[in-house]
Design a protein around this ligand. Structure first.
Ligand code: DX5
Ligand code: ZN
Length: 229
């Protein structure tokens, strides 16, 4: 069966009830919690830091996927590791030494991932696959929830899928292919068909407004992907 991990982005959650929101999406079938960190420098928005991660960490029984939209990156890695991150991803352009940053994340015992904006070339993958646990392709420009899926990402997903499949055949190691931005029940199947296995969804999940609604959207998404089998 095709892998389908749903990672609700808490960016669209009710921040006054964040712990409960995390519990609710997990009860509704979330596989990861996606934690968006924005610094009003690398991206034009400001969100949350390690303090908030630490506060919600005990509510999560699933891995917390910290998406750093910050520049520089390295100073924040130990702080997010300490606060309870399981996975840390960062943007290629935000680190002067991508290889060093990937190693730093792994040195803290976490899974490491590189994030590609819609216009970022995939050449960053050429020498780093051995250090990567996750490739995260942005299907919107980072900074805000609720934007529309950028279609040119489809070709990129397919290209990365081919590359990761080749790598797995050679090494036996499987790297996660995650897509972030504008994913909803009506388009998740095509994103999965192109080769993604992990799907961030913020407004689609939390826009449903209640714990029952979250569960419904997550199961609709999983059903849409399962139909491809
Ligand atoms: C965008 C963030 C996304 C965002 C996704 O910069 O990285 O994770 O929350 O939100 P939706 O699913 O609403 O596009
Ligand atoms: Zn994100």
């Amino acid at each position: 069966m095709r892998q389908c991990r749903i990672a609700p982005s808490i960016l669209s959650a009710d921040f006054a009830r964040l712990g409960q929101e995390v519990s609710d999406v997990i009860a509704g079938g979330a596989d990861w919690i996606h934690f968006d960190v924005m610094d009003n420098h690398y991206v034009p928005n400001l969100t949350v830091g390690p303090l908030v991660l630490k506060a919600i960490r005990s509510y999560s029984t699933v891995p917390v996927d910290v998406h750093l939209m910050v520049e520089p990156v390295d100073e924040l890695v130990p702080a997010f590791a300490k606060a309870g991150a399981d996975i840390i991803t960062f943007h290629c352009e935000a680190s002067r030494h991508v290889d060093r940053t990937l190693q730093l994340i792994r040195d803290h015992g976490l899974k490491a991932g590189l994030v590609f904006n819609p216009a970022t070339p995939l050449t960053y993958l050429d020498y780093e696959l051995d250090r990567l646990d996750v490739v995260l392709l942005m299907s919107v420009n980072p900074g805000f929830g609720g934007q529309s899926f950028i279609e040119s990402t489809m070709e990129k997903i397919a290209q990365v899928r081919r590359r990761l499949d080749r790598y797995e055949a050679e090494t036996g190691r499987r790297i996660v292919l995650e897509v972030d931005g504008g994913i909803k029940p009506s388009n998740i199947a095509k994103v999965a068909a192109a080769g993604a296995d992990t799907f961030v969804a913020g407004s689609a999940v939390f826009g449903a407004g209640s714990a029952e609604g979250y569960a419904q959207v997550i199961s609709q998404m999983k059903a849409a992907v399962a139909q491809l089998d």
